[in-house]
Design a protein around this ligand. Structure first.
Ligand code: TXA
Ligand code: MG
Length: 327
């Protein structure tokens, strides 16, 4: 059994952090909250520990990990150089949900970067994460603490459900604040390319860097029991969702509707879970993965999800919804 320790984020017990740090230094795996989602951490410089991370998640070895640091100074040993644009982004967005990609040094094991000569690095703002990394005294390789293909965990229970005994310790610090993963950014001459939309929006990035492109690679689909259908965000959204729901129910399917809170009143006759109000995308982001997991646990066949506008955090939310749907 993995050991589960409750940590009060407002009053972090240094003894618990030290116990977890000892596991990391000894080459073990610890799951813990970051401000985005729960992560599965290992000593990034210990190849054997890193390979355990891939094993626990059943993650293909060609999918590189993000190194998490607790001090900007630790970048120096990991990356060849910090371009001026990166420096500006770091000043503005660290600590926080922004991952930057740099040319790596020899020190970073190839396993972490899946053989690429580039390494992704971020410095989280969650204080449990920060204190653990600082106490471990090593940079940590930290993917999301889900099984490969599953939505990322936003609470300790999700980690237990997915990884169970494959981790040595889980620090339970309650629900994560943001609920979607960090924005992953590559530097291109004079600008940046967003490889994964996330907690820092395009609009925020544009306030620091002029040239911002989004180039998300088409990716695998989340493995959910349910099929997910996204219904366009237009004036007929409620009618469309209701009629699709009725069709599928008529065919004998268990249907769940994942809607904006503003529309919930229209879906009273259905199994409806709101992921938050369209007027507050932060709430939508923080509840998204949990709603998907809840419907899955109810053995729903079809999830009908309402699209939201792709601005601000809406871009990250829609990118995850599209990953859940089959298109
Ligand atoms: O918010 C987050 O970033 C969370 C928390 C735990 O920090 N971590 C996370 O890690 O989402 P993971 O491993 O689930 O996702 C890492 C993403 C993947 O899409 C991976 O392809 C990309 O970052 N990535 C990592 N290293 C890269 C590299 N060298 N070049 C391009 N993409 C890279
Ligand atoms: Mg992940």
């Amino acid at each position: 059994m993995s050991k589960i320790l409750k940590v009060n984020p407002l009053n972090i017990d240094p003894k618990l952090i030290e116990e977890a740090a000892r596991i990391i230094r000894g080459g073990g795996l610890v799951a813990f909250p970051t401000e985005t989602v729960y992560g599965l951490g290992a000593d990034a410089l210990n190849g054997e520990a890193v390979s355990k991370v891939f094993e626990a998640k059943k993650r293909p070895l060609d999918n590189p990990l993000i190194i998490h640091i607790a001090d900007k100074k630790d970048l120096a040993g990991l990356v060849e150089n910090v371009p001026a644009e990166a420096e500006k982004l770091i000043d503005r967005f660290w600590l926080g949900p922004l991952t930057l990609i740099f040319k790596k040094t020899q020190k970073v094991p190839d396993l972490v970067t899946s053989g690429l000569d580039m390494v992704a690095v971020r410095m989280p703002s969650n204080m449990i994460a920060m204190k653990l990394i600082a106490a471990a005294g090593v940079p940590m390789a930290v993917p999301s603490a889900n099984l490969f293909g599953r939505p990322s965990p936003t609470m300790a229970q999700h980690v237990i459900d997915d990884l169970g005994d494959a981790v040595d310790m889980i620090l339970d610090g309650g629900k994560t604040e943001i609920g979607v993963e960090s924005t992953v950014v590559e530097l291109a001459d004079g600008g940046i390319v967003i490889l994964r939309p996330g907690g820092i929006s395009v609009e925020e990035l544009k306030s620091v860097v002029k040239k911002v492109q989004v180039r998300e690679k088409p990716s695998w689909q989340y493995s959910l029991r349910a099929r997910v259908i996204i219904v366009e965000n237009d004036s007929k959204q409620i009618e469309s969702v209701s009629s699709i729901a009725k069709d599928y129910i008529g065919q004998g399917n268990k249907v769940g509707i994942m809607s904006k809170e503003e529309h919930s009143h229209a879906y009273r006759e259905f199994n409806n879970k709101a992921f938050g109000p369209e007027s507050n995308l932060r709430i939508c982001a923080s509840k998204l993965f949990n709603v998907l997991r809840e419907f899955d646990a109810e053995n729903i066949d079809i999830i009908i999800a309402e699209a939201i506008p792709e601005r601000g955090l809406g871009l990250a939310i829609m990118s995850r919804l599209k990953k859940a749907a089959a298109f």
